[in-house]
Ligand binder design. Structure first.
Ligand code: UTP
Length: 304
């Protein structure tokens, strides 16, 4: 019951992150020293995947290059005896893991991107990871947590998270019937509802384990919200036929598709980085001290 195939839709336009994403993909934005897509790939591999399927679009060649062997760079690092750096470069894609790249010719939506993976996925259960949702799993990576649920129930599992009620319009929102701790069977799912129409505050985030039935349902899905073929709409059809579970993962998610979420991720990951966590913490502490001093001075001036 291992999910071998992981799909990475990376063909979105990334408009929330312009101008950085004008000519390069948002999935290549680094959080501290690794691009987002590398965190996503590592998460999939740690959950047992050995076939990585990237759904790419225009200006996404750097993703392909990142997971390709860099002969000249490796030879150079080896010649200079820079073994640690050489290992870093070689570890980007462990041995025995294969990459497949499929082109989504037009950004017709996440549902359409997932449908593009059908020829490579075939008739197997598979996972989907959205690299711009960076998840720092508490005890184990989010997908590995979901894999445990999948092993127990053998059905589709979708990662979910409670969000502030006023933010439901930014997410797919599910209504569930509780099945166990952190686990519910999805009864309804709706894409980006206004807070007054939202069935709950439980939002779908970028990790899915799906059965191949989703492909048939995606083929029949019409363009929905935003004129895009929505994965949410196909999942809504799937819950009429099969059990689909929503799992509230343990950990913290950073929306790295937004500039603020991305900045927060950088701060948090820098504070954990083995090379300079202490130095960075000292820097932040000093800066915070300076800001509060300025705030106090302004406050005092106001009261004079
Ligand atoms: P988003 O909703 O974040 O859209 O896509 P986006 O285009 O990437 O970014 P914004 O909203 O314009 O800033 C969620 C995921 O689905 C992929 C994206 O690459 C991202 O990982 N996606 C989206 C595709 O692969 N193809 C699409 O047609 C749309």
């Amino acid at each position: 019951m291992r999910i071998r195939k992981a799909v990475f839709p990376v063909a979105g336009l990334g408009t929330r992150f312009l101008p950085a994403t004008k000519a390069s993909p948002k999935e290549m934005l680094p959080v501290v020293d690794k691009p987002l897509i590398q965190y996503a790939v590592q998460e999939a591999i740690s959950a047992g995947a050995d076939e990585l399927i990237f759904i790419t679009g225009r200006s996404k060649n750097s993703i392909m290059d990142h997971f390709d062997k860099a002969y000249e760079l490796e030879a150079e690092l080896e010649a200079k005896g820079k073994t640690k750096l050489l290992e870093l470069v070689q570890d980007v894609l462990p041995r025995g893991v294969n990459c497949i790249f499929i082109r989504q010719s037009e950004a017709l939506g996440l549902g359409h991107a997932v449908l593009c993976a059908q020829p490579a996925v075939g008739d197997e259960d598979f996972s989907v990871i959205l690299a711009d949702d960076l998840i720092d799993g508490r005890l184990r990576p989010c997908l590995a947590q979901m894999q445990r649920v999948y092993q127990e129930f053998g059905t589709s599992v979708i990662a979910a998270q409670r969000v502030p009620h006023e933010q439901t319009g930014s997410y797919g929102i599910v209504e569930v019937e509780p099945v166990g701790p952190r686990l519910g069977e999805i009864r309804s799912i709706v894409e980006k509802p206004k807070p007054e129409d939202a069935p709950s505050d439980l939002a779908v985030v970028g990790r899915y384990i799906l059965t191949p039935r989703i492909f048939k349902l995606l083929q029949a899905t019409q363009r929905g919200a935003g004129g895009e073929i929505q994965l949410t709409d196909a999942i809504s059809a799937m819950i009429q036929e099969q059990t689909v579970l929503a799992y509230e993962f343990e950990g913290t998610r950073y929306d790295c598709g937004s500039k603020l979420g991305y900045l927060k991720a950088n701060v948090e990951y820098a504070l954990k980085h083995e090379e300079f966590a202490d130095e960075f913490r000292a820097y932040l502490t000093r800066r915070v001290g300076e800001w509060s001093h300025v705030a106090q001075t302004q406050q005092a001036a106001l009261h004079q």
